[in-house]
Design a protein around this ligand. Structure first.
Ligand SMILES: Cc1cc2nc3c(=O)[nH]c(=O)nc-3n(C[C@H](O)[C@H](O)[C@H](O)COP(=O)(O)OP(=O)(O)OC[C@H]3O[C@@H](n4cnc5c(N)ncnc54)[C@H](O)[C@@H]3O)c2cc1C
Length: 536
């Protein structure tokens, strides 16, 4: 038992028993003819892995593994197409070596070895990439691939309680980080859905979006300074709360997805644990009335921590609630003051847009320890179970996957209509029409929002990757044509390269390419991500 090599999380947390039966019942309600035969993951020993193509130097042997289970477990991320290929026993590119550096000295030696021996290097945090970011599809030109797993670099090194910041090693996973900060009375309060099995370094390298639906939610907003080991040397930015000194060095490395260096440490701004919370839900007869209410909330200055608008299908599937247009879940939190007055304002704004507000709940966690409510709510919540349930559905040949974007408020209605139509048309063609497309707004800004779409469709075991790739290609093109970004928070990786290349300005791409050649002269860092494999 332990981490699943083929899917999300821990083997012992996999969906079974009553939860599995309920899931199957739910699927039958919208895919009545689905064949829900359960497919088991093959044993690693039966996969027939090729032998590693490289020999690890003796000086690095103590931090390197060539064990088959490590190599396959690090070969893919956690998207639908990763899980399906693992379950089918389809072996693709696999790292030759998985390295676990204990510190920067090991890392520097690893980068020297790989640069000198023409080995591609893939930085690996929690491996929760959903865009092929950790998959060694690096092209033909390399003698091998070394995946560098940062999990042994996982300590909070220093807490500056006066400034409210901490220096943290990049390999720490979410729960471990919060556990180390708790005795100091602080929290990073960055909770992506992948929180349990994703790392600080991964969040920084992909510019992850956290759970705050409004206000500063992207990890970028919480960074004071970064320390990055590159093949050309170490880059460490000045630790200041804000600076106007030229372009930001952190801006270059944030979102660099392992292509410019390995992020080893960061000074991160911390937050007090919230003490006062208020929450409610609001029902709308029309989805776009809910959209208008979210827009008003995003501009109100109230900065609700939670402000998720689910369309009717999403509300039914993921919240078990039947509504005509939309269900808005709103939550306010503060470490500083009660939220009753702010919630009254939320209620008024929602009512202005035709929302029917449900029961309002206020809570006061005296002492501000953040323990009770977080402990009870977080781990067993539907939000956290969702990836396990996704895997359970995939094992039963259900195509379950999400995609997301962000666009201006002005573009939202047109984009929504076009993307949903593109998804439904694709489902019609590749899944025989058996499927549902859902939408929720996950993040809202003064000028726009991040719509997050879900697809639940009838898959065909053996063809599910091709089915999904066809749907994904069509919706990605529709997003690009309607003024959306190819990703709001799932990163570029290898799978979004085609659309990312069209989105970034050519002059910017050329300038970044020059920087890449400077910091990674051998071109070994995550080839195929942000730049096509082989671009030098
Ligand atoms: C179920 C599920 C839910 C998700 N929910 C969210 C969400 O709410 N918000 C969100 O933003 N994303 C989400 N994601 C996507 C994913 O979790 C994020 O991209 C996350 O930031 C990746 O972190 P990681 O540590 O797992 O990185 P990995 O998957 O290990 O790596 C991702 C990329 O970052 C690079 N990288 C990793 N560590 C470093 C480092 N130290 N230095 C340099 N490069 C590095 C890798 O080479 C790779 O290109 C979700 C994914 C899943 C499967």
């Amino acid at each position: 038992m332990g981490r699943s090599w083929w899917g999300w999380g821990l083997d012992e947390e996999a969906v079974q028993g009553q939860e599995a039966r309920e899931l199957e019942r739910a699927v039958r309600s919208f895919l009545p003819e689905a064949d829900l035969t359960v497919h088991d993951a093959p044993a690693v020993g039966s996969l027939g892995l090729a032998r590693p193509r490289v020999v690890v130097p003796e000086s690095l042997a103590h931090v390197c593994s060539v064990a088959p289970v490590e190599r396959v477990a690090h070969a893919r991320g956690k998207a639908l197409r990763d899980v399906v290929r693992n379950l089918e026993g389809v072996v693709g590119p696999v790292p030759d070596v998985v390295a676990f550096p204990e510190g920067e000295a090991d890392l520097e030696r690893l980068l020297d070895w790989c640069s000198g021996a023409n080995l591609a290097v893939i930085a690996y945090g929690g491996g929760s990439s959903v865009v092929g970011g950790v998959e060694p599809r690096v092209g033909e030109g390399f003698a091998g691939v070394v995946t560098v797993d940062l999990s042994r670099m996982r300590r909070v090194l220093e807490v500056d309680a006066v400034s409210g910041a901490a220096s943290v090693q990049a390999g720490v996973l979410g729960p471990d980080l919060e556990g180390q900060l708790r005795p100091h009375g602080w929290s990073l309060r960055h909770f992506p859905q992948s929180f349990e099995f994703s790392s600080l370094g991964g969040w920084l390298a992909t510019r992850a979006g956290g759970h705050f639906a409004t206000g500063p939610t992207r990890i970028d907003a919480m960074v004071e300074s970064l320390r990055v080991v590159t093949p050309a040397g170490v880059a460490e930015s000045a630790r200041v709360p804000s600076s106007g000194a030229g372009p930001s060095p952190d801006g270059v490395f944030l979102g660099s997805e392992g292509t410019l260096g390995v992020i080893t440490q960061a000074w991160m701004q911390l937050r007090e644990r919230p003490r006062w919370r208020s929450q409610t839900s609001v029902v709308f007869d029309r989805f776009f009335d809910g959209v208008a209410a979210v827009r008003a909330l995003a501009r109100s200055g109230l900065e609700p921590a939670n402000c998720r608008l689910l369309d009717a299908a999403e509300a039914l599937i993921n919240a078990g609630t039947s509504v005509r247009g939309g269900l808005l879940v709103v939550g306010l939190e503060s470490a500083d003051h009660p939220q009753e007055a702010a919630m009254e304002r939320v209620v008024a704004l929602c009512a202005d847009h035709g929302g029917r507000v449900g029961r309002v709940r206020h809570s006061d966690e005296a002492g501000g320890g953040g323990g009770r409510e977080e402990r009870s709510a977080r781990w067993r919540s539907a939000f956290v179970r969702m990836p396990y349930q996704r895997d359970a559905l995939v094992r039963r040949s259900v195509l379950v996957e999400t995609f997301e974007t962000a666009c201006t408020w002005g573009a939202l209605e047109g984009l929504h209509a076009r993307v949903v139509a593109a998804a439904q048309e694709a489902i019609g063609q590749v899944c025989g029409g058996q499927g549902v497309v859902t939408c929720r707004l996950t993040h809202a800004y003064r000028d726009g929002a991040a719509p997050y779409f879900g697809v639940y469709a009838q898959g065909r075991w053996g063809s599910m990757v091709e089915q999904w790739d066809e749907i994904k290609a069509r919706v990605s093109s529709a997003i690009a044509e309607c003024g959306g970004t190819i990703t709001h928070h799932h990163a570029v990786g290898r799978d979004h390269m085609r659309w990312y290349a069209g989105e970034r300005p050519g002059v910017f791409a050329a300038g970044m390419g020059a920087l890449k050649r400077e910091v990674d002269p051998a071109g070994v860092l995550n080839p195929g991500v942000l730049w096509p494999a082989g671009a030098g």
